[in-house]
Design a binder for this molecule. Structure first.
Ligand code: BTN
Length: 323
């Protein structure tokens, strides 16, 4: 960790308290002039400090930008988010991640944009991605699994996302099969997984994640407002996007390692514990019409097991369920 990183950690530990120049220079083993220079450097990156003589400095605000240098300073992963490709604006992070993966980008490569002009959702839907209000990102993964298990990876991402949101915001986020995240019945996040495969093995999977972090009521159309919400609307205060991003990547990295070591079993248990779909009436619009039943569990492949009203059980491998 370099001095700037240590300085930020220290201010974060002191949470809004003043830290004297003396304490800073003793802890970081450098002169008061050097501390001043580091504080000025951090200010130029968007950190806001209050400086009061005889009291020292206190951190008032952290920059709300997802620039790679700032991510690198916070992130504790080894694989995910290494490297980060950051853009103020992109059509879709998903499209660029595909291009990078085709050109040989390493596993863990992350594309992140402050705004998307052509954000894509599942089933050809559009994804609303206004500037600086959310986390709009796509990541290159190269899982060592047969193609038929690729849906498990999406469920794994949903678990990582749900755990990260709960830890950072304390909001009761839950997973709606297969991978929407809801709070109070409204959507706050979605996952779009796209696999490119050869000989029944994925060459790479592009995992796109959209988290509606700091959108306000007036960022939504009336139509969207009925079905979607944001973490800020639900908690009444803005969420630290950087903290959420890092928490998510760290959760994902450890679950991804667990998945490769122990298979889907432990992930399935975590998914079930966070699910808001199980033991509920669900409906799915299929090619054969609307099917209705009660969701009773996940099977080992990641399909939803549904008990139909005549008592028979069926499995849903994809689709969008309604309650
Ligand atoms: C869904 O719920 O339908 C999935 C939404 C996925 C949206 C994300 S935002 C970042 C990435 N880029 C895109 O164009 N889509 C995904």
């Amino acid at each position: 960790m370099n001095i700037n990183e240590r300085l930020i950690r220290l201010f974060e530990q002191k949470e809004g308290e003043f830290v004297s120049g003396e304490e800073l220079s003793a802890t970081l083993s450098c002169s008061r002039t050097a501390i001043w220079k580091h504080v000025e450097k951090l200010r130029s990156e968007g950190y806001v400090f209050e400086a009061v003589s005889r009291k020292g400095y206190r951190l008032l605000e952290k920059p709300d930008k997802l620039e790679p240098e700032l991510i690198g300073r916070m992130l504790k992963t080894e694989l995910l988010g290494r490297p980060v490709h950051y853009y103020e604006q992109l059509g879709s992070t998903q499209t660029l991640a595909h291009e990078l993966a085709r050109e040989g980008a390493p596993e863990g490569t992350l594309v992140i944009a402050e705004r998307q002009t052509a954000g894509r959702g599942r089933m050809g839907r559009k994804w609303h991605s206004p500037k600086g209000k959310g986390l709009w990102m796509s990541m290159v993964l190269k899982p060592r699994i047969p193609l038929q298990f690729a849906p498990q990876l999406t469920l794994l991402v949903a678990v990582a996302l749900c755990r990260a949101i709960r830890q950072v915001t304390s909001l009761p986020a839950g997973i709606k099969w297969p991978n929407d995240l809801l709070i109070g019945g409204k959507k706050i996040s979605g996952i779009l997984s796209e696999s490119i495969s050869e000989d029944e093995h994925p060459l790479y999977v592009i995992v796109g994640v959209g988290i509606s972090a700091n959108l306000r009521e007036d960022d939504y159309t009336e139509e969207l407002k009925a079905v979607a919400t944001s973490l800020q609307i639900e908690s009444g205060k803005p969420v630290d996007r950087m903290e959420l991003l890092c928490r998510f990547l760290e959760e994902l990295e450890s679950l991804y390692a667990l998945f490769h070591q122990q298979g889907f079993g432990p992930i399935k248990l975590l998914w079930e514990a966070l699910s808001v779909s199980l033991n509920r009436r669900v409906r799915n619009q299929t090619a054969n019409g609307l099917i209705e039943g009660t969701a009773i569990g996940l099977d080992d492949s990641g399909a939803l097991t549904v008990r139909l009203d005549d008592g028979t059980e069926t499995k849903w491998y994809s689709g969008t369920i309604e309650f």
